[in-house]
Design a protein around this ligand. Sequence first.
Ligand code: FAD
Length: 530
Amino acid sequence: LIEGQGLYSADDDVEILTNNNFKKIIYGQKNAWIVEFYNSWCGFCQRFAPSWKSLAKDIKDWKNIIKVGAIDCSDDDNSALCRNFEIMAYPTLKYFHENYIEDSKHLGADVTKGTDMGEHKNYLIKHMILEQENKRGLDFPTLLPYKHSNILHLFDSNVNAKYVFLVIDKPESMLGPQLSLDFNAYKEICVRYATTENEALTKKFKIQSYPFMTVLTDSNTSHDFNGQLKSREDFRTAIIEYVNPSLVIKKNDDSGLFTGKWVNAEVPDIGSLIEAISKKQLRDKVKKMGNVVFQADLESALRYSLKHEIGTTKDIFGEKLDALKAYFSVLIKYFPFGIQGKAFLEELLDLLKDKVSLDGATIVEVVNKYDTEAANVFSSKHQWIACDGSTSEKRGYPCGLWMLFHFLTVEASEKTNMPKEVLHAMKGYIKNYFGCADCSRHFQEMAVSRDLEGVTSANSAILWLWMAHNTVNKRLSGDVSEDPEFPKVQFPSATNCPKCRLGTNWDYNEVLKYLKIMYNSLNIRYIGAD
Ligand code: FAD
């Protein structure tokens, strides 16, 4: 993947949407759209992307009816758009019906995501059926089950069809609607389906096993397909063979059933290759320094959280507002900013005073005002140093956010004795703003299972977060989201802190010492140092 390109490339059948093309592509179209709003740094989104690409490939013959797109909300240019659509968790799937127009009351319909391509497709079809029940998509093939007892009515609403295939299967099966969509481009072919609940039909055809299919033609003949048809592929082939044997395409032909599209292989851009080499040199240099904290990483995490997570939340009120106050309060106390930086954070907290609700865009305005060289708040531009990943979707923000909260727990232990203050602020932030929905849920579960409320001292708060982070490291070790240059290990590694380990156990005092040194404000590195 090329830097800044997100999780999809031109080779995929997923349309890459951006702030610039979104309206033109999605609004006022004859077809509907299913769009994934994602975040390229979110591990869940990285694991999700292959199944989204498979879905787009699998249903590309449905393009007159529905198309598949994706938009990267972590891209600065797209964040305002994601905010307008009130995207609070990643990935979020939204369905935009045909002829969708801008409407603040209907920001696309949420569609449940599955765990694999087949499940995504089933949820999508269920949603499309719901749309037709609500009188949308009426120009699309009928996706509602056939409920008449008399098959002659099948031709009533399909006057153009020469062949009507009727599929009968169990109520939960999505085979019938899939086949209707598969053959949508063929005027002469119409596929309808009924469920086993239509007893008149199941009796009429004396069906022995499901799924069953029969075909009725306009010349009043019919033919039942008894026997071996099981998969969608079997049914598609049987339909094509019946209508015109010359149309049959080999099953293994991955150019699609009807349409083959050749795309040029992506040619890497020389400029980005050169940049990748020098970035790698920098990463290697930083790795040699051991576990160090860079001001640029903390600032970039802060900036990102303000602009892209809080900033994309349209309606901040109630629990969200309280979580934001807690977050800003700990930042004011412990974030390693100078005087101007503290004034900036205080202005942010002031914005919340006496407010019942506010739009995240207000926060972005203030951040933009201070995010200039002249304001002297941020020490460097947005960039990742110790959190730089070997590709653009690896590491970055989640890495910076972990470091930020570790830093805050250590700093709090030096300055006050409010053991749970930072952990509570973090819990509220992760619950209400952190874009990776799966991570957020896991973290909330961990707060209960690992008894966050049982933390009684500032030192145990540092260790609680260290242990929680190691639990996540363990779960993600070997996962696709792992950066091969930075394998997930139990932290700190035996090489980085030999004293921290007592055989297979930890020496908690040594771990605490290690964390207090690593995340100490005196040890923060600025760009250019070393
Ligand atoms: P990270 O794990 O992000 O670590 C960043 C840096 O922190 C490391 O480079 C190291 O210097 C230091 N560090 C590592 N471990 C510790 C430790 N135990 N104590 C102190 N410092 C340490 N992704 C998922 O796919 N599923 C999840 O459920 C999930 N939950 C998350 C929950 C939270 C609160 C956050 C902030 C992120 C979560 N992520 C999750 C993202 C994931 O944990 C990583 O942040 C991401 O994969 C990037 O990994 P990384 O290699 O940069 O290292």
